[in-house]
Design a protein around this ligand. Structure first.
Ligand code: UFG
Length: 327
């Protein structure tokens, strides 16, 4: 049985990774400092509380557990916050990761799947975006993720560390049972924000911008279900370790939904009115972000299972049963 170390396993995507790896017969070990994560999400798994940059702690984890591979999610991930706190974003996302990779190399752990982002592309004019599109982040968050992608490339060349960087587009939805889900503070992502209005936790949705060059004037995004996303990680790990290679893949659906379409779909699924107003644009939002995901489909043999209705329905199931998140 393969044993996978998950960094950031108490967070939204990391906790789904832990659950699904266990479903698929992997052994799971988690490291999380609980700055953003939730202890409730990892109580069923072997876990260590601390920073990934703590080389003594990581050495202890790697000596106590025979780790076959790593899935690395631990990071700060809010675009707006990253513009106000670049030091914290570089220190956490780049600095801690560098020390962590050093620990892996010292112990001979050779396979890592890295959680990257569509934010590495910035405001691309190309649609759908392929992996070859020019890399030009327009925010600190995207820049820190791109810096780690580059670090992985050089570490691969020098130390033989295999990596797969997965560039996520808009991740949403929840594990089908509704036991785990998205719980951020503050919540800024469109789907959970819309569902918070449906739950009457806030009065109105603010739609940021109605004058974009899109059919209905609102931004278009490419949504991928968190469960589909994790299956891509498993495929990526299996491929990387079997073929002994490194690569980069987009993960999205190849299609887009406007913010208004998301709102209207959520109204149907929740059967709630969900009041909304169009407000001024949010700085830094590209009008359209759609992934070309063909490379992952072709090379990793990955297929999506869930559509936008499933994404919103599973997120709603989680929200209804946990209106205050993990609290
Ligand atoms: N939006 C609203 N109202 C809200 C929240 C969001 O109208 O209350 C809009 C945004 O303006 C945007 C769309 O909904 O047009 C999606 O916004 P999100 O904040 O949900 O997601 P982003 O597309 O901004 O961010 C996502 C990921 C980031 C990643 C980025 C890459 O969440 O991690 O894509 O551009 F960096």
């Amino acid at each position: 049985m393969k044993k996978i170390l998950i960094t950031g396993g108490a967070g939204y995507i990391g906790s789904h990774c832990a659950r699904i790896l266990a479903d698929e017969g992997y052994e799971v070990v988690i490291i999380d400092n609980l700055v953003k994560g939730h202890i409730q999400a990892i109580k069923d798994f072997k876990h260590y509380i601390g920073n990934i940059g703590d080389e003594d702690l990581v050495a202890k984890i790697l000596s106590e557990n025979k780790i076959d591979g790593v899935m690395h999610f631990a990071a700060y991930s809010l675009v707006g916050e990253s513009m106000k706190m670049p030091y914290e974003y570089y220190s956490n996302n780049v600095g801690q990761t560098m020390s962590f990779l050093h620990s892996l190399i010292k112990q001979g752990v050779n396979n890592i799947v890295f959680s990257s982002t569509a934010a590495v592309y910035g405001q691309s004019d190309v649609s759908p975006i392929t992996e070859e599109v020019v890399l030009a982040p327009i925010n600190t968050y995207g820049e820190t993720k791109l810096t780690v992608e580059k670090m992985l490339k050089w570490f691969n060349i020098a130390y033989g560390l295999n990596y797969t960087s997965l560039r996520y587009f808009n991740v949403a939805g929840a594990y089908e049972t509704g036991e785990i889900g998205e719980d951020h503070n503050p919540e800024t992502h469109l789907i959970p924000v819309v569902l918070n209005v449906a739950l009457r936790k806030s009065d109105k949705l603010k739609i940021f911008g109605g004058d974009y060059p899109t059919p209905d004037g609102t931004c278009i995004r490419d949504y991928i279900h968190v469960v589909d996303l994790i299956y891509a990680h498993i495929k990526a790990y299996e491929y990387m370790s079997a073929v002994n290679t490194s690569d980069i893949f987009n993960l999205g659906s190849g299609g887009g939904y406007s913010n208004l379409e998301i709102l209207n779909t959520a109204r149907k699924i929740t059967n709630c009115e969900i009041p909304a107003d169009v407000e001024p644009r949010r700085p830094g939002d590209p009008p359209i972000l759609i992934a070309a995901s063909k490379k992952a489909e072709d090379i990793l043999n990955w297929k999506r299972k869930y559509d936008i209705n499933d994404i919103i329905a599973t997120a709603w199931k989680w929200k209804k049963s946990h209106p205050d998140g993990y609290k």
